[in-house]
Write a new protein. Structure first.
Length: 402
């Protein structure tokens, strides 16, 4: 079981990679202890968890039922209990091994699930009005319905349910070595998939073909899930959110992709690039310069700084580098990461969040210039005295497809 720091070089991906380990009971207990402390500070008696990632994070319960919305799974987190509310179809899944939570089952669909949740709240608190929070807010978009909000409001103090996301993020932003090791494995899976498929790529192949090969390799490497990713062949016309097409790779095209494959529920959010044909001298120089800046910026991150401090360092370094206008469609050059693809905080000029040991950051300033794109998404784990990279660094020279 991965409970201490794992070296990247020791991770072997492929068909022999075992399923991700269960979260250790001690870690689950620590998560509950921390969130209960934050609940007390936030004056919350209970939090209703509806976001899949939140339910998984506190319960280590996974179900394929999350692939559809007919019979939702909720959890009720209180000062002394953790109760999962699920359809009767979940009963065997929950009971086939020891769990760290209690369970209540309903027969039916959403309305019956909301009724079961309401009855569970009332039974737990003896019918008294309570201070209820729910995980609807920034970077958390839980399941549920207007019916749920109306019902919970009737049970909550002041007739209003509170946004509990600030309370939850205070816990989830700080990752353990166990979590960091799962991220390392996810990155090893996607990095190997990229290297293998790019090595076999050729001029004239289509975006969709390279996409399919890369996604397939991620599964062969041990990914448990691989959501759709970008796969762009472009010479200046970068549309980062469009799906792969039948566009064929030409000389001068830049290949840009961004991964989503998971291991243990932890996604490997990382972009990688390649080029069709040999780059020119200025491209080689710019690639090296932006890569070096990114790595220097990563190594400058320390606990006690604010996210705005990191951004200020970046702005000064970028100005001195003088390679062109940084990509401005987003206002940050990095973000938190963990159980979700992107998490708070943001490495931006306005985010004054204090960086703490245990935080994970994706640092990825981007430059588009003369038809090329230069971006190196590196991922760091903040420790007491500096940072640890959770992935092999981007290559010193851009991979070339010929």
């Amino acid at each position: 079981m991965m409970t201490e720091a794992t070296r990247i070089s020791d991770i072997n991906v492929g068909m022999t990679l075992p399923p991700a380990p269960d979260v250790p009971l001690a870690e689950l207990e620590q998560r509950l202890s921390r969130v209960r402390y934050e609940m007390e500070r936030s004056q919350l008696d209970a939090i209703v968890l509806t976001d899949i990632k939140n339910v998984q994070y506190f319960t280590d319960f996974f179900t394929l039922s999350w692939m559809y919305k007919a019979r939702p799974v909720f959890a009720l987190l209180t000062a002394d209990d953790l109760i999962v509310i699920g359809s009767k179809t979940e009963q065997k899944n929950i009971s086939y091994k020891p769990r760290s939570f209690n369970a209540v089952y309903y027969h039916g669909y959403l309305s019956e699930g909301v009724a079961a949740l309401s009855e569970t709240v009332q039974a737990h608190f003896g019918g008294r009005t309570v201070r209820l929070g729910i995980d609807y807010g920034q970077d958390m978009t839980g399941l549920g319905s207007l019916e749920m909000i109306t019902t919970l409001s009737g049970l909550s103090a002041g007739g209003k349910v509170t946004d509990a996301t600030p309370t939850l993020w205070k816990v989830r932003l700080i990752k353990s070595d166990f979590e960091a090791n799962l991220k390392k494995t996810a990155f090893a899976i996607v990095n190997d998939a990229f290297d293998r498929t790019i090595a076999d790529a050729y001029l004239g192949m289509t975006e969709i073909e390279l996409y399919r090969r890369m996604q397939a390799q991620m599964f062969l490497n041990g990914a448990e899930k691989a959501d759709p990713i970008a796969m762009l062949f472009a010479k200046g016309d970068f549309v980062y959110s469009r799906p792969p097409s039948d566009r064929r790779l030409e000389k001068g095209h830049y290949v840009w992709t961004d991964f989503r494959a998971t291991y243990g529920g932890y996604p490997a959010d990382r972009n990688r690039t390649a080029r069709g044909g040999q780059p020119s001298d200025w491209e080689i120089e710019t690639y090296s310069a932006v890569r070096e800046l990114t790595h220097t910026l990563c190594r400058s991150v320390k606990a006690g700084m604010t996210c705005a401090d990191v951004y200020a360092n970046f702005a000064s370094m970028w100005k001195e580098l003088d390679v062109g206008q940084v990509y401005t469609a987003v206002t940050r050059i990095g973000h938190g990461g963990g159980f979700d693809v992107t998490e708070p905080p943001s490495l931006s000029a306005t985010d004054t969040t204090v960086i703490e040991p245990g935080m994970i950051f994706h640092i990825e300033p981007k430059l588009e210039r003369e038809g090329a794109v230069f971006q190196f998404e590196e991922v760091v784990y903040v420790r007491e005295n500096g940072i640890e990279f959770l992935s092999e660094l981007s290559p010193a020279a851009i991979p070339v497809i010929s």
